[in-house]
Design a protein around this ligand. Sequence first.
Ligand code: GLC
Length: 544
Amino acid sequence: MTLSQDKLWYKLATFYQVNVRAFFDSNCDGHGDLAGVTQKLDYFSNLGVDCLWLMPLYPSPLKDDGYDISDFYNIQEVFGTVEDLRILINEAHARGIRIIMDLVMNHTSDQHPWFQIGRADKNSPYYDYYVWSDTTERYQDARIIFLDTLDSNWSWDDVAQQYYWHRFYASQPDLNYDNPAVRQEMQDIMKFWLDLGIDGFRADAVPYLFEREGTNCENLPETHQFLRSLRSFIDHNYPHAILLAEANQWPKDVLAYFHEGDEFHMGFHFPLMPRIFMSLKQEDRSSLVWIMDQTPPIPDDCQWCTFLRNHDELTLEMVTPEERQWMWEQYAPDPRMRLNLGIRRRLAPLLDNDPQKIRLAFALLFALPGSPIIYNGDEIGMGDNIWLFDRNGVRTPMQWDTSLNAGFSTADPQDLYAPVISEAPYSPAFVNVKDELEDPQSLLLFMRRLVEIRKGKPIFSYGQLDWLRQVNPAIAAFTRSYGNEMIVVLNNLSATSQKIDVPLKQANGQAYDLWAQQNWPVPFDGNLRLSLEPHQFLWLKFQT
Ligand code: GLC
């Protein structure tokens, strides 16, 4: 396999999020590492994914699992070396798989030499790399993100004898983007990794780069302008590379991160995610339709990145307070399951470990607009551990088989960075890659088919979305259309069977069932008339 030469490869891709620490330990120290990911490349090829997103690899004191960087030009020791990353990239490319990595632009670790030198010497060039103040009165309109831990975005620094600004933990001081030297540093850092062969960046927490009095300090024009300068640098020098925005915002605000197709190539679609869970629980598509109606068209060369879960809490920032309360009641009955404005659980437990519901959720995600991303472990239905601190409960070791440490590592279990999930029905005896590869009914083999069916079909990437609004609301029913093809996508959100009887004027001829891979048995007479089993989904292809 070689890499696709399509400049818009990301519009067609299936992405996969790799938590390197949790994936595979190649040197028995209890931590996953880059060589471990390289050893598992066949796993990704078999799954059929096109691009991996590697979570932060940089040296870090790990106060925020690596999102607190102390050196942008190196790899955390337990993960290996820069050379190991080069090898991984080359080996992945040889299999037709691309790799993007996290880039945390908004802040550094307080252990970064820039902060250490800057705080100690106001005359050093690094003092002005951060945002300092004599009072905590500035930028009062900026919200607090880590609500459970922080009560201010300012912390006092004893060394500098001033307050410094941080949107996340106090150990993550924000960089001062008004300083041109900081802006240059970020471009140099990108250049370093792009020269190594990386295919782009998942740009962390981008809304917060600049601060301005009297604003909420999010999505500011200055921030966009700087991001566009980075994009232009990439376009001129690394035209194959992409930028994916982590902007937890409403679609109309994320639109600004695409700008005119000259800022980000991709942006996560945050508010869609909780509504997939809402619609499943309510057995009603309304919230899905609503959010997609709120989703504006984006420039041709841009794409949404859609997801069910990731390494963070299932964020409920983009829902109303009433919806949030309802989601907590429904999906996080135990207070330990809640964190900040979200829910710290994995996909399978959220969906009651119900195989058909999990398949439906993935199938829905893959049929809606956007390039989907799978969070590692969710493709085998891994569970979580709500007793672990912060978001660590959804970051436990990948379960490869039933051997020691679930086949993740041969280290002493006490030396693992986190314990393997040990309780039924999510322990390795129930959930592991090896068994699922041998079981035709497994979630993993379902995921492989899902990726395969979608692959190479531009209709899923470029196709227009139209809801079949006459269909009964328990069914998320829509069409995707592209050229003279149309796929009717029907998702029974409910636990009872549902009937459909609607005219479908635009369709012609025989329908083809993409899952059964055969013609639909009933000749098409201009009406879509059928019945769906509980949580069943159907993808029917028509000519138009
Ligand atoms: C992003 C990451 C999250 C991290 C935060 C601060 O939201 O996904 O894990 O804590 O940025 O860097």
